[in-house]
Write a new protein. Structure first.
Lengths: 484, 433
């Protein structure tokens, strides 16, 4: 029988306990399980891989999709018949939505069934930190690759690697407009968000970040020429600059669009010489203490408490700086800390009960409710996330979804959660759940162990339920289940 | 084209008479958990048309030859005769609005109204209860629906920091303190009402089912004594109230039966008209700060002119607002409705008989106490060189200044309070309220 503490620990480190995860945890023991999660290889287990292979668009790279989309746009624009145009545009839109849907399907299936649940949570965390909005232009085509190729493999690695990967990703370059930015016609959007959101944190805010409007402008100058080329043809560049061209896929650093002057960012002089400046400035930003603190605090807020203990944030910041931003080291320090373990042991006493965000609520609920079964259709999940206000890839602004009870605790949202709890319990058909359930004994044991940790009023309500499904719905709607 | 309709005034008269008979049907609606707003606090309803409605075909620049050159297939025809079918309705400023009204006013009108509003909103103009702010908008020029909507809802200057900001209606609710009772008539909580104040939200579409009571009672039992209990009670009460009001409205309609059938086509549960009536009963009795959005205005292709896609949307919107006004009954005199959109559309039609993303828009302000029948704010004549970037209406009347000017009058807010709602914006009194 797992202890209440084990259940809470797993509830935070993973997307929610299910029997398979619990079994693995019990075999390895907590420390070994944690190490395994921190050093996981970003591989999909065979059954999951088999499910994912049925999503065809995921086999095509962002470059391929963006080049094809651009060519298609041109073809459509050249059509003379209005009805043909309308129809073609509609098809294009449908195809683009399908690309986003398949990306969502892949990540939801991973959230439900991956054996690397910490990596999958961190993938969501970084997708939120480096937010892109699926409905902006070509982001639709670039999203799947952004998540699977740029973010997920680096979710537990070096922070600066993550930043560089997002900087050169078509999704981010489109979303924050840097694809448009060039010498003489600068767009500062990405430069600003790179400082304010991705690395240092808000200037004069709690991370100790200090940067000025001039810093933003100078950073924007460094980033000129960092963009995209979806024409499928090499750009025309003067011979002397050609050696400075950097490209892979549709990512392109085009020296002809770059401002080669000297820049000063955060008091640091950067000699104009091409893409090397970008690497230099990213290293500069990632090594700032403010960045270490900003990221550490966000991680601590996600896993420990809405107001994370300053002592923990300090320790994580020191580790971040000492390891040059090695995220697994920072997480290791966090998970081994007294603060985290006390939060898991006695959350109320440490003001460490966290209201589950919609994604956490839905995934943990499905893992519990359909433990041991296999969900094959994730569309209803997208609908629930929409209703609960956290649509996948659906945050318009670059700050991502807020983490904290204040953002998710409105009257309307509470009622919606209770209704979604009911819907989830009644959803086996729409979720395409395989009816053969081989491990109902294990699921029942897990449910009993979970309910055993609940308060008396909740247990009374559950006991008074008129049928099994109502009891399950009430369990998912309970105050204990809403928190983690 | 249109069926015989009663005038708004007569309908209101009939409604009042009949509502006395319907009192018994309303007995099921009881007082709820929240405080009733004081009678004197004005009601404000913000209606956001998402998708950037084509202002130039709704507030039609009939006096501009350039308009007709720019829109060979989708322009709304200049009226040759008064209330000519299918032509724009000349908008003449009402007498006594402080604007000069020439003798041949109708013929020389510079602006017209889309004919789809002839029976719904045009009467409000004639009664001095509808004003329009041309060239209205925000200085955000991304021309991105989502970015601009978000920016407007936040109510901050463009370029202000975006980290988890609040919406300006939430800050207004905060400043109004006990006087303000805000509600969002939407599925989720919109950005405009996000923030420190806890604001309930409820969608008024659909069949307005009350939440399943046995289950919800059990849920409330589980949360009894927790800090979330009051929020949950508020959320459930609102949903239940909406369901009850919907039933009461159905009963009232059944009693009016024949009379209504003659004057109004059947409204589906999904229509804006239905939502509008439900909104009114909630805003008449329980809330004084409401928000609703209406989508589907992004008319890039085949938008139509006097008839067509845009005209159909306008008909629903106009009818809904007119019904809202009626349902507000005596409170209409103390109510202000502001209809806005994230931006306008390109002045010239595009290659697909539609229009693309533009800049300046036109905002409509209606209410019993509104100083209507007039054009508010700055205007400019529309020629190629006065267009924004050679393509759109300019923005001459910024939305924050406009709202701040209105709020100052409506709520008696001080400069400090206005600055809390719209940091860094100055208030402009456009004489709307």
């Amino acid at each position: 029988m797992p202890t209440p503490e084990d259940l809470r620990w797993l509830g935070r480190v993973t997307w929610g306990v299910d029997s398979a995860t619990l079994a693995q945890y019990q075999v390895l023991g907590r420390d070994a399980y944690l190490e395994e999660q921190l050093t996981s290889a970003a591989k999909d287990a065979p059954e999951l891989a088999a499910q994912l292979v049925t999503l065809p668009l995921l086999g095509r790279s962002a470059a391929e999709l963006l080049i094809a989309a651009r060519a298609e746009q041109q073809r459509i624009n050249a059509l003379t018949d209005e009805d043909d145009k309308r129809r073609a545009r509609g098809e294009e839109r449908r195809a683009a939505n399908e690309a986003v849907l398949q990306a969502a399907q892949r990540q939801l299936l991973r959230n439900l069934y991956s054996q690397e649940p910490l990596r999958e949570q961190m993938t969501w965390f970084w997708m939120n930190h480096f937010n892109v909005f699926s409905n902006k232009g070509g982001v639709r085509w670039a999203l799947a690759e952004f998540e699977d190729h740029d973010i997920r493999p680096r979710a537990l690695g070096k922070f600066s690697d993550l930043v560089m990967a997002t900087l050169t990703s078509p999704a981010m370059l489109i979303y924050l407009d840097n694809a448009q930015s060039r010498a003489g016609k600068i767009n500062e959007n990405y430069a600003r968000e790179l400082m304010e959101l991705h690395t240092l944190g808000v200037s004069e805010g709690t991370s100790g970040s200090h940067y000025s409007q001039e810093d933003v402008q100078e950073l924007a100058r460094v980033l000129t020429g960092v963009g995209l080329n979806a024409t499928g043809e090499a750009p025309r560049i003067a011979p002397k600059l050609r050696a400075l061209l950097v490209s892979h896929g549709v990512f392109e650093f085009n020296p002809a669009r770059h401002d080669f002057g000297e820049k000063t960012v955060l008091g640091h002089r950067i000699a104009g010489r091409g893409f090397e400046e970008v690497r230099e400035v990213i290293d500069l930003l990632c090594r700032q203490p403010a960045t270490a603190r900003h990221i550490s605090k966000k991680l601590a807020r996600y896993f420990v408490a809405d107001e994370p203990p300053p002592s923990l944030v300090d320790a994580m910041t020191r580790t971040f700086l000492a390891t040059d931003g090695d995220l697994k080291s920072v997480l290791r320090v966090m998970f081994h800390s007294t603060e985290f373990n006390e939060a898991v042991r006695l959350p109320e006493q440490h003001a460490a009960l966290k209201l589950k965000m919609p994604m956490q609520f839905v995934i943990s609920s499905l893992r519990m409710q359909y433990d041991g079964e296999r969900i094959t259709s994730v569309r209803p999940i997208l609908g629930w996330l929409n209703q609960l206000g956290q649509p996948m890839y659906g945050r318009v602004t670059p700050d991502g979804y807020a983490d904290g009870e204040a953002a998710w605790s409105s009257p309307g949202q509470w009622v919606k959660r209770f209704e979604v709890a009911q819907a989830m319990v009644h959803a086996s058909q729409v979720l395409g759940v395989s009816t053969a359930s081989t491990s109902s004994a294990r699921r029942d044991a897990l449910t009993r162990a979970t309910v055993a940790t609940f308060s008396a009023p909740t247990k009374v309500a559950l006991a008074q339920a008129t049928n099994t499904q109502e009891r399950h719905a009430l369990m998912l709607a309970s105050p204990e289940w809403m928190m983690r | 084209m249109t069926d015989a309709r009663f005038s708004t005034a007569r309908r209101a008269q009939l409604q009042r008479a009949l509502s006395l008979l319907a009192v018994s049907a309303l007995e099921g609606v009881t007082s709820r958990a929240w405080a009733t707003p004081q009678q004197s606090t004005p009601r404000l309803l913000v209606v956001f048309l998402r998708g950037a409605y084509d202002a130039a075909n709704v507030l039609v620049p009939v006096g501009s030859d350039f308009y007709y050159e720019a829109r060979p297939t989708i322009a709304i025809a200049r009226p040759q005769r008064v209330l000519e079918q299918g032509a724009a309705i000349p908008l003449v400023p009402l007498q006594g609005t402080g604007e000069a009204v020439p003798a041949n006013a109708e013929q020389s009108a510079q602006w017209g109204m889309h004919p789809a509003w002839r029976d719904s909103l045009y009467p409000f103009w004639m009664q001095g209860q509808l004003a329009v702010v041309p060239f209205a908008g925000t200085h955000d020029m991304s021309r991105s629906h989502f970015e601009t909507q978000d920016s407007i809802e936040a109510g901050l200057a463009p370029g202000a920091g975006i980290e988890h900001r609040s919406g300006f209606l939430n800050r207004l609710a905060e400043v109004l303190a006990g006087r303000g009772q805000a509600v969002a008539f939407t599925d989720g909580l919109p950005a405009i009402l996000a923030g420190a104040q806890s604001v309930p939200n409820v969608s008024l579409k659909g069949n307005a089912r009350a939440p399943q009571s046995h289950y919800m009672q059990a849920v409330q039992q589980m949360y009894a004594g927790t800090r979330h209990a009051p929020l949950i009670a508020q959320g459930l009460d609102l949903r239940t109230t909406v369901a009850e009001e919907a039933r009461a409205m159905q009963a009232k309609d059944a009693m009016h039966g024949e009379m209504q059938a003659a004057s109004r086509k059947a409204m589906s549960a999904q229509s804006f008209e239905t939502e509008a009536r439900r909104m009114a009963s909630l805003m008449r009795d329980r809330f004084n700060l409401g928000f609703i959005d209406v989508g589907g205005w992004d008319t890039h292709v085949n938008q139509g002119a006097a008839q067509g896609a845009l005209a159909d949307k306008l008909t629903g919107l106009g009818n809904g607002l007119s019904l809202f006004a009626q349902e507000m009954e005596g409170e209409w005199d103390n109510t202000v409705v502001v209809v806005l959109s994230e931006f306008g559309r390109t002045f010239r039609e595009n290659g697909t008989r539609g229009t693309d993303h533009g800049h300046g828009s036109a905002y409509w302000v209606l209410g019993g106490g509104v100083r209507g029948g007039r054009f508010a704010g700055d205007q400019i004549s529309l020629v190629p060189k006065t267009l924004n970037e050679g393509r759109d209406w300019p923005v001459l009347n910024e939305y924050r200044a406009m709202f701040a000017g209105m709020f100052r009058h409506m709520y008696g807010l001080s400069a400090t309070q206005l600055a809390q709602v719209f940091p860094g914006a100055g208030a402009r009194d456009l004489g709307l309220v």
